[in-house]
Design a binder for this molecule. Structure first.
Ligand SMILES: [Ca+2]
Ligand SMILES: [Cu+2]
Length: 293
């Protein structure tokens, strides 16, 4: 399946200590509470500076974020810039750009959150972001070794289990699963641990730095990795100057033609200061920490 396997192996054994996880991705309504309480301004809402982006032309130094737009014709799938673009004025309150808003979308996952934004929210909520190992353990919901977070069949008895893309990518999402584009949280069945949307809808930030060879490193050590926290530093050979952290879960754009990373165990990645309209997050809390209060 496309993009599913290149960095997801080798299989290795991991143990994680007990933790609690949010049942859903953080919603617009929840993020609004955080912003109202703290006055926090997300990275997408801040004016980028010449110091931060010395190579960028001055006219591009405008607050905004990265937005998906379908193409009007079939395109080769080797150039993602055909469907992703930087949109001035796009941010969590305006997910598709300045003319869009989140009225009536209180229960949708908040998007256009960069890693520091997600971290700030987690800190405010007295929680933290999951490690990649925690995310995968939670996503599997007690079903080790299965292809999807719900089992081995994509549509058991014909039922849609996650919000993904149907139709020709990236031209038209036919929305056969009930949603063309993003969906409110918890519209599909929860996994075995009662967690919603652990695959599809929006990608979610994990706290690990991204390296494609991290699992090889763990496998080479042998034995069981206890609470792995990710590599010490980020490295993506495709974009060696970008500092990336792990994304997990896949999104409403995932499909069997281009990117099938709704498959559990597969990995995503993203530059830490970059949000998009298919990237959100949820928080966790260590069981030990919860018990101590
Ligand atoms: Ca869909
Ligand atoms: Cu995908």
């Amino acid at each position: 399946m496309p993009m599913a396997l290149n960095d997801a192996g080798p299989t290795h054994r991991v143990r994680v200590d007990g933790f609690w996880m949010d049942k859903t991705a953080v919603t617009n309504e929840q993020f609004e509470k955080f912003v109202a309480a703290t006055g926090y301004v997300t990275i997408a809402e801040r004016m980028p500076t010449k110091e931060e982006f010395p190579a960028a032309p001055r006219e591009n130094l405008v607050a905004g974020s990265v937005v998906f737009a379908p193409t009007d014709h079939e395109v080769p799938l080797n150039d993602h810039l055909q469907w992703w673009s930087y949109v001035k004025g796009a941010n969590w309150r305006h997910p598709l750009g300045p003319d869009s808003d989140i009225k009536g979308k209180e229960k949708y996952p908040v998007v256009h959150v960069a890693y520091p934004d997600a971290e700030a929210y987690a800190k405010w909520a007295d929680k933290r972001l999951p490690t990649e190992a925690e995310f995968e353990f939670a996503a599997r919901g007690g079903l080790p070794g299965k292809t999807y977070v719900w089992g081995n069949e994509f549509r058991p008895k014909g039922k849609w289990m996650a919000n993904t893309w149907q139709g020709k990518f990236p031209v038209k999402d036919t929305g056969n699963d009930g949603f063309a584009g993003i969906a409110p949280v918890a519209k599909f069945p929860p996994n075995g641990y009662g967690l919603y949307d652990m695959a599809g809808n929006v990608w979610e930030w994990c706290s690990d730095w991204y390296r494609p060879d991290y699992y090889q490193t763990l496998a080479d050590k042998g034995g069981v990795a206890i609470n792995p926290q990710g590599p010490d530093s980020p490295f993506d050979p495709a974009e060696p100057n970008e500092k990336k952290r792990v994304h997990r879960g896949g999104s409403f754009l995932c499909n069997d033609q281009y990117c099938s990373r709704y498959i559990v165990g597969t990995r995503g990645k993203g530059e830490v200061n970059t949000g998009t309209n298919h990237l959100g997050f949820r928080c966790v809390k260590s069981a030990q920490e919860t018990a101590n209060r």
